[in-house]
Each structure stands twice: as structure tokens, then as C-alpha cells.
Design a protein around this ligand. Structure first.
Ligand SMILES: Nc1nc2c(ncn2[C@@H]2O[C@H](COP(=O)(O)OP(=O)(O)OP(=O)(O)O)[C@@H](O)[C@H]2O)c(=O)[nH]1
Ligand SMILES: [Mg+2]
Length: 175
């Protein structure tokens, strides 16, 4: 049987490692090391290779969840992790300077996967003052010819993350 595999991606600190640890029914596998650069001001660790977790779907199948490193310098892992994936979740951190430009980086890098399968966009830290609305994300996606679901979701909340998986699965059923 083919592996059922979803990928979480997005910029450093968006919450990919957090999301997988919120959802996973097995102890998640992480590959975090201490942050040393500018990122150290925001958080203590960063992913250098991948995150891994598992969740059982309502039909009993096991879904494998992989998280990419956010940092560009580890981008060689993005392609490796995307192989054989059935869908993509792009996490956006609305407190970053230009979160829509962040989204574009991952849309571009995973364009082939998105075209072949599907993707959802999840935005956290929505309470950030003067930050984009969900409508802004959606409009931008439309402008570049993509119709993807855009949701507000907190990676620390398991229910939010399960809702994302559900949305992605529903999207894929219509591809
Ligand atoms: N307050 C708040 N904190 C959040 C929210 N979403 C994520 N976080 C926090 O942001 C941090 C995200 O860290 P990670 O999960 O390591 O981020 P990552 O995307 O894996 O980052 P890299 O591996 O460096 O690419 C965690 O400390 C989360 O608790 C949110 O909506 N609100
Ligand atoms: Mg991480």
C-alpha cells in the first residue's frame, strides 16, 4: 500500500514542529537543534531535517505527517520530503513582517506537489495588529491563479490541526 503522507511547511517559527507534536498519536520524531542566529530571539530550537508523526484516520488508515525545516538553508530537505506526498499544509505566521510573501516562497517551492495533489493554508497569530486578513490571503491566491482553502488555526491546538487535515482531505476528494 502507498504511504499516506501529508507535509507541513512554512517559515521558521510558524509552528510545524508544534503542529505535528499536537496531532501525533506516537511520540513525534523531531530533529531540532538550538537556534544560534536571529531566530534565537524568537525561539530556542529549529528543525534541521524533518518532523514526523502519525494519526489514525476515521477509516482506520494511518496518516504519516512530515514537517519540513522552515529555514532556507535546509531547503534541500523540502524536495526530499515532498516525494510521494498526497497533500501540503502551509503554515503562515501572521506576526512576521510579510506573511503573504512567506506563503509565496512555499507555494513556489512546492508548486508541483500542489498541482498534482492539493494544499491548504493555515494562518496563526491572527491577533497581530495591522496584519493581513484571511481575505487578503485568499485574494492573493486568486490573483496568482490558485483556489486554496485558507483557515485560521493555532498549531498548539489539536482540534485546529485536525480540522486542517479534514479540510485537506475534503479538498483532495474534489481534485
Ligand atoms: N502565541 C502563539 N504562539 C504560537 C502560535 N502558533 C505557534 N506558536 C508558538 O510558536 C513556536 C513555533 O515553533 P516551532 O513549532 O518550533 O516552529 P517551526 O515552524 O517548526 O520552526 P522551524 O523548525 O524553525 O522552521 C512555538 O513556541 C509555538 O508554541 C500562535 O498562534 N500563538
Ligand atoms: Mg520545526
Amino acid at each position: 500500500m502507498n504511504e499516506l503522507k501529508f507535509i507541513f511547511t512554512g517559515p521558521p517559527g510558524a509552528g510545524k514542529t508544534t503542529a505535528i507534536s499536537s496531532i501525533s498519536e506516537i511520540p513525534p520524531v523531531a530533529s531540532d537543534v538550538a537556534t544560534t542566529d536571529d531566530l534565537a530571539e524568537i525561539k530556542q530550537t529549529t528543525t534541521v531535517a524533518m518532523d514526523f508523526g502519525e494519526v489514525t484516520l476515521p477509516d482506520g488508515q494511518i496518516l504519516h505527517l512530515y514537517g519540513t525545516p522552515g529555514q532556507r538553508r535546509f531547503r534541500h530537505m523540502w524536495e526530499i520530503l515532498a516525494q510521494g506526498a498526497l497533500g501540503l499544509i502551509i503554515l503562515c505566521d501572521n506576526s512576521r513582517p510579510d506573511p503573504i510573501a512567506d506563503m509565496d516562497i512555499y507555494l513556489e517551492n512546492f508548486a508541483q506537489l500542489i498541482e498534482q495533489t492539493g494544499a491548504v493554508v493555515a494562518v496563526n497569530r491572527m491577533e497581530t495588529p495591522n496584519s493581513p486578513t484571511l481575505e487578503d490571503y485568499y485574494t492573493h491566491l486568486q490573483d496568482i491563479g490558485l483556489i486554496l482553502p485558507v483557515l485560521a488555526a493555532d498549531p498548539r491546538e489539536r482540534e485546529d490541526m485536525l480540522m486542517l487535515l479534514d479540510t485537506l482531505i475534503t479538498t483532495l476528494e474534489y481534485v
